[in-house]
Design a protein around this ligand. Sequence first.
Ligand SMILES: *Cc1c(COP(=O)(O)O)cnc(C)c1O
Ligand code: SF4
Length: 350
Amino acid sequence: MNAVKSVKSVDDLVKAGLAAPADRAALDEIAARYAIALTPAITRLIDRANPDDPIARQFVPDAAELTVAPEERADPIGDHAHSPVEGIVHRYPDRVLLKAVHVCPVYCRFCFRREMVGPQGLGTLDATAMEAAFDYIRNHQEIWEVILTGGDPLVLSPRRLHEIMEALGKIAHVKIVRFHTRVPVVDPEKIDAGLMSALKASGKTVYIALHANHPRELTAEARAACARLVDAGIAMVSQSVLLKGVNDDPDVLAELMKAFVETRVKPYYLHHPDLAPGTGHFRLPIEEGQRIVAALRGRISGLCQPTYILDIPGGHGKAVVSGSTVRTTGDGCYSVSDYRGGEHSYPPAE
Ligand SMILES: *Cc1c(COP(=O)(O)O)cnc(C)c1O
Ligand code: SF4
């Protein structure tokens, strides 16, 4: 095994051959605003011979991040507007986000919470704030599901996770605990017996939503880490972001969704990129996204179909943007398009 180290600074990027010394000035400017990190598993995956490598594009900073468009904003999906206490976002009646930690093992260049995560970000909830967050969940009977996100909640030590899961386990109205994480892909060795027993400590049904955007991320090691989780009784779903230059191609997306299903990870959400500052180079028009997603329907199994989602800026929640295949033609009649683009009336004209 080659001893690849974690990359956490512009210096590290240059030393690892992932950035040219000539780009230093721009990269230093980016590093002053946004966190940088790549794990050894991700560094090994990058094809240095390919200037457009889809893995590098997700994690290696680019001078384009210094261009901020007028419609971009620090809190693109409006977390603040729905945060009753520190660390909790309560937008939908039956579920809350619990943002225990604002650190990630890798920092995605398109991150929707890039202004909140990293060493200069919102940090980790202290014991008092955590207790207040649990109180909020205890006092709201309507909360059926707690979604641990951040940051990446699986950077917490098994001991801390155990405490959190035990506390949630004592709240009778909470039935589901969901984690949003990249760890099984970016640090698969972290999915060990200690972590698994922490995840199971609540006695609740546990779901893991795995974030990955390119089929190459599902390496043999990543698939084995997911297999350990699923074999331990944890259900898995996927979430991906539709990103220009990474996966904005029906072939790549089909491979990614098939890789999830092969790994027993059910495709869940494909997000349209949020309006985070300096991420315009990742966004494509919604019509193009709809065309790419529609192309998956005829090409791959129904098990492999994600729902294409837009988080409405301002905190209005998620909306399905998968293109509609049904149009009303009046008088209770409809026109339905099939996966090849053919049109059919419903009910059929005799
Ligand atoms: C995305 C999100 C959720 C989860 O939504 P699902 O559709 O259940 O996956 C919950 N709360 C907030 C605030 C969110 O942004
Ligand atoms: S893992 Fe999630 S929270 Fe962390 S940088 Fe990537 S998108 Fe942002």
